[in-house]
Design a protein around this ligand. Structure first.
Ligand code: CS2
Length: 477
């Protein structure tokens, strides 16, 4: 028994024998979301099924030593507004990072014969995809590096392709690569990136991947904010153990998975996951209604001075406008999803209002260039083609533009892969309006110019400038 198992006071923990775990899953991206989501599903499933799937946690760029020091166990505190429960996660079999263990060790691990799934939470930008074409971005400097050199890869995609090559050369079976990031059709996108990369390098390998590797799509959902000092202290208070890698998250969680695993999978349904043939309707609903509203609040809530999402929900006008946006987004969804949309909206508003979950607007505001295409542009285009008017989606975009311009003018760091382009635009523009035009002309975010969208965004942008965000929200609620 390790320190957490021995000294921790947990409400919930599994009891299977951890020494029987083997790494049948390699997970890349040991971030807060993965710890509070897939790791929990996997731990419960091990317990319920007795069919043990260990996870080898991988971090390509940052250190994973704190997890190793804790013998790979960590805490998850789940909090609704009313109730708190503590859980010990015991499903991690080992951990590797690029810094200490080396990238080669990660490649070797993925090439081990018992590995059946590589799962990913590497954020939108980790896939090195051009968001408009949804194909590998061959102009990305790290992709260029990995394509030109057979040395250590700098991208996750380069790493996966090297590992798959090892498997092919060793005469091993294929596996499944499962994205758990908030991207539409994340399986297809991952496939485009991996096969696109392999095609540039080695046609035989690309062909092997086409035949031997499956790329299930998933819709993942749980609000797991980045950890702050306060949350670490809460874990210690509740469980009696200092935990460097624990997370605090909401009690809700959802996972919808395309059942397409070429080398087997855990029966995550035992922990509440839903296996389906087509994930698209679920992910559209979640990406547009939840994540779209999150981005709306990240920008407009932050302009209104709110640090956290739950504070935005305490502002009745902002809450009402968020609800209106959710309704608008719901009109862009494909028919046939067996979900009561009003119930879903109420659930989202309730989840956002949870005061125990300190989700920073600034955290969600990050990487807007990667998020707006699926959260704003796709639904706008769908509504446009079906002849429906959009009121609130353009306000999300106007809020984003104000947020970017304000941050740069106030020398606040903008966290986005296109940050240097934004800075150049804002610093050389003669007015905020001109900066807005140039931001909207960035094809990687907004695709071909869409005059109807631009007009609506312009109007909202002007009104926010003239009236101030709070009066504007009050007016449109
Ligand atoms: C958020 C998501 O940071 C963001 O962009 O919208 O991380 C969100 O909290 C999760 O997708 C919820 O499932």
């Amino acid at each position: 028994m390790n320190r957490l198992e021995q000294q921790g006071h947990f409400d919930l923990h599994t009891t299977y024998n951890r020494s029987d775990l083997t790494s049948r899953i390699v997970h890349i991206g040991f971030g807060a979301f993965h710890r509070g989501h897939q790791a929990v599903y996997n731990d419960i499933t091990n317990q319920e099924s007795g069919d043990l799937w260990g996870i080898c946690e991988v971090s390509m760029f940052s250190s994973i030593e704190p997890l190793k020091i804790q013998d790979c166990c960590f805490s998850v505190v789940e909090q609704s507004a009313e109730k708190t429960s503590t859980r010990l996660i015991r499903t991690v079999s080992e951990a590797l990072d690029g810094r200490h263990d080396g990238i080669q060790a990660i490649i070797k691990k993925i090439a081990e014969p018992q590995v059946a799934i590589v799962s990913l939470t590497v954020t939108e930008k980790g896939y090195c995809i051009d968001p408009q074409t949804r194909q590998l971005d061959i102009k990305n400097e790290h992709v260029i590096h990995d394509l030109e050199s057979d040395g250590l890869p700098k991208t996750v995609i380069g790493l996966l392709v090297q590992a798959l090559k090892q498997r092919m050369l060793n005469g091993q079976s294929g596996l499944s690569i499962m994205s758990c990031d908030n991207i539409p059709e994340n399986g297809i996108l991952t496939r485009n990136a991996v096969i696109g990369f392999a095609q540039q390098k080695d046609a035989m390998l690309a062909d092997w991947i086409v035949k031997k590797v499956s790329f299930p799509s998933t819709m993942v959902d749980r609000i797991v904010p980045a950890m702050q000092v306060e949350e670490y202290a809460l874990i210690e208070k509740l469980t009696n153990v200092k935990d460097q890698v624990g997370v605090v998250c909401e009690d809700f969680s959802q996972w919808v998975i395309e059942d397409k695993f070429i080398a087997g999978r855990p029966n995550w349904a035992l922990a509440g996951a839903l296996f389906v043939d087509d994930v698209v309707p679920y992910e559209e609903m979640k990406l547009r209604m939840l994540n779209g509203s999150h981005s709306f609040l990240a920008y407009n809530g932050s302009l209104a001075g709110y640090e956290f999402i739950y504070q935005c929900m305490q502002d009745n006008s902002l809450k009402k406008v968020t609800k209106n946006l959710m309704e608008e987004q719901s009109h862009s969804l494909k028919k046939g999803l067996n979900v009561d949309i009003n119930e879903y909206i109420n659930l989202l508003l309730q989840r956002f209002s949870n005061p125990k979950i300190k989700h920073k607007t600034a955290q969600i505001a990050m990487d807007g260039s990667q998020k707006l295409p699926q959260r704003a542009l796709d639904p706008f285009l769908t509504l446009q083609t079906t002849g429906c008017h959009s009121t609130y989606i353009p306000i999300m975009v106007a809020g984003w533009a104000h947020y970017i311009i304000n941050s740069i003018n106030n020398h606040v760091d903008v966290k986005d892969p296109l940050a240097s382009q934004f800075i150049e635009i804002v610093e050389t523009a003669s007015s905020p309006q001109q900066a807005l035009q140039q931001l909207l002309n960035i094809e990687r975010i907004f695709g071909k110019p869409n005059q109807a969208l631009f007009n609506l965004v312009n109007k909202a942008f002007e009104e926010i400038s003239d009236k101030g965000i709070c009066a504007f929200i009050e007016k449109i609620k």
